[in-house]
Design a protein around this ligand. Sequence first.
Ligand SMILES: [Zn+2]
Length: 250
Amino acid sequence: MRLRTANRSGIVMRRRVLPSGDILVTLLTPQGKLKAIARGGVRGPLASRLNLFHHVGVQVYQTPNNDLATVKQAVLEGALPTLAEPGRHAFAHLMAEFADALFQEGEFSEQAFELFAGALRGVAHQPDPEWVALVMSYKLLGLAGIMPQTARCTRCGVPDPAHPDPLGGQMLCAACASLPAYPPQALDFLQNAVRRSVRASMEEPVPPAQRPPLWRALERFVTVQVGGVHSWRQLVPSEVEAQELLPGTR
Ligand SMILES: [Zn+2]
């Protein structure tokens, strides 16, 4: 049987231990996503190297009739230990789930890798990891080419909408909306986050009190356009708040 061996370097974005003790990992690499299995991984030296968010160099081999590569060796190339902190861990998880959902094997690979690696570094080191996660989520959406429509009301097409669209996560005009308009900073973020540089967005954070509706919009948009992302449920502020803002309170 012919084996194809390859060396890859990437970040562990998903990791699952199977009942057999094998570890199933998905790496995001500059050449795209790579799914591989580390046989008997939990008992071997690979286990601690193939931890979530580790940057690893792996040697994998693949038989011609099996899509799933096998990890033969793994060396740790970089780790971000502060991602284990409670205030950062959930955001790192969210970024990993998000990148995994957005990018298919081989697609937008090199830029996706750079953006994802930058997002994890930012979540690990910046004083405001929530803001990093919001900014980088919109940048990842932009890279994947799936962007919320902000120039026109998603329901009637009138220009310059400023209200949340609770169903699709896009924007509604005053006439179509049931929720109050976004405050100016949140609105500016939604209109410009994708094309603005990360650096520029980092310099002008939206105040934390204005972020819950931004998360909700992102959650709705991603759920409708891409499919569910599991970590949202722990992170996205509860829908109870949204109910309290329904008509009558405007
Ligand atoms: Zn409208």
